[in-house]
Write a new protein. Structure first.
Length: 394
């Protein structure tokens, strides 16, 4: 069996909303449907009935995104009922996992045309109540927030594995000697690059606004922040720590989707592809050091693609925390930092968990298309200790 080339024809995303912000009134299944419909509408030559599958990442799944949000998106977007949908969960890497799984299906001939993406509404993540071990308990019952992080933790898990995500970032800062000022400077650069990219119209061909919502760009970008303003913020996880709300990604809402095809599918779209899928890799690491998960994943993916850091036009590295991003960069000394997140990263743009990986893959594809040629990587760290990377080329 021959392996087929896989092309990314288009990629769209919503503007990323802040927690409790402009998109908080929109259900996650509606967010997902919005980007699916926008993607199909942008390719009028494509018969939607020819879409073989829709794969969506979703990190929560405990609220309105339950019951296979990918299939719900298909139906709500008005695609033919013959188009199936499947939802995948690799936590922060779910959106990129969806892209990788869809690409794999196309490469193997299981699909000719597929849509992949991700969605998350952290604003609308519900509280959940466990069922009691016996009927009619007399005592109070605890509600667990599903917005972020560990909950209902298995007591068999070692305590050092189940630290808060921010404490994991502090551990990476300790490991690499990354100080508060360095983290704040990284965060400031993220905001400045994102604001500049929006001002230059670099996101105009990628972002599709949600009708009825007044949100023209990513909601968490702070054009006027400064080192002085960031320095005033208190540490969030340790009294004497370095990780703050200013040098970490916020809580967010949003969705993203990509159209992936083989050669036959490409002819059916009548379009020129943005990029071609080249390789991917997933790795595991100690859960408390999850922030360094991308280190080996990116190295493995590049090796599979027979490429090196020197070949990269762009590397979109999810900025869960400045400390973990800087930790990864410290372990890639041969990488030119100038190619990392040139249009801003998650500290400014936002990190809607299940959508982020699809956003990154789309960002790489659009930047490669703008450059005309080159190699790009999308990569994320993942809670509970994993790393995921995808290599694209044009």
């Amino acid at each position: 069996m021959s392996i087929r080339d896989v092309y990314i024809v288009d990629a769209v995303r919503t503007p990323i909303g802040k927690f409790g912000g402009a998109l908080s009134s929109v259900r996650p299944d509606d967010l997902a449907a919005h980007v699916v419909k926008a993607l199909v509408d942008r390719t009028p030559e494509l018969d939607p009935a020819r879409v073989d599958d829709v794969v969506f990442g979703d990190a929560n799944g405990a609220g309105e995104d339950n019951r296979d949000v990918a299939r719900m998106a298909v139906l709500l977007a008005g695609l033919p009922v013959s188009v199936p949908g499947v939802t995948v969960n690799r936590l922060c890497g779910s959106g990129l996992e969806a892209v990788i799984q869809a690409a794999r299906a196309v490469a193997l001939g299981d699909a000719s045309i597929a849509i992949a993406g991700g969605v998350e509404s952290m604003s609308r993540a519900p509280w959940v109540l466990q069922k009691p071990e016996r009927a009619f308990p007399a005592g109070h019952q605890q509600l667990h927030s599903t917005t972020l992080g560990w909950r209902m933790t298995n007591p068999r898990m070692p305590a050092e594995w189940t630290v808060q995500l921010g404490e994991g970032a502090e551990l990476v800062a300790d490991k690499h000697g990354i100080g508060r000022e360095e983290q704040d400077a990284f965060a400031l650069a993220s905001h400045r690059k994102a604001a500049e990219a929006w001002a230059k119209g670099l996101y105009d061909g990628e972002v599709v606004g949600y009708e009825g919502v007044d949100l023209a760009r990513d909601e968490c970008i702070r054009d006027t922040t400064s080192m002085e303003a960031l320095a005033k913020l208190k540490p969030s996880f340790r009294p004497d720590g370095t990780v703050t709300a200013g040098n970490a990604s916020p809580l967010n809402d949003g969705a993203a989707a990509l159209l992936l095809v083989d050669e036959e599918g490409l002819r059916a779209t009548g379009r020129e592809p943005l990029a071609r899928v080249r390789a991917s890799a997933v790795t595991g690491i100690e859960p408390q050091l999850f922030g360094l998960g991308p280190v080996e994943a990116v190295q493995r993916a590049l090796a599979k693609a027979d490429r090196s850091f020197g070949d990269l036009t762009v590397l979109e590295l999810n900025e869960a925390f400045a400390a973990q991003s800087l930790g990864c960069l410290a372990e890639w000394p041969e990488l030119d930092p100038a190619v990392v997140n040139p249009r801003g990263g998650a500290i400014a743009i936002g990190h809607p968990l299940g959508a982020s990986g699809a956003r990154l893959a789309g960002a790489v594809a659009h930047q490669l298309a703008a450059a005309g040629s080159g190699t790009g990587v999308a990569a994320l760290c993942i809670g509970v200790g994993q790393g995921l990377a995808l290599v694209l080329e044009r």
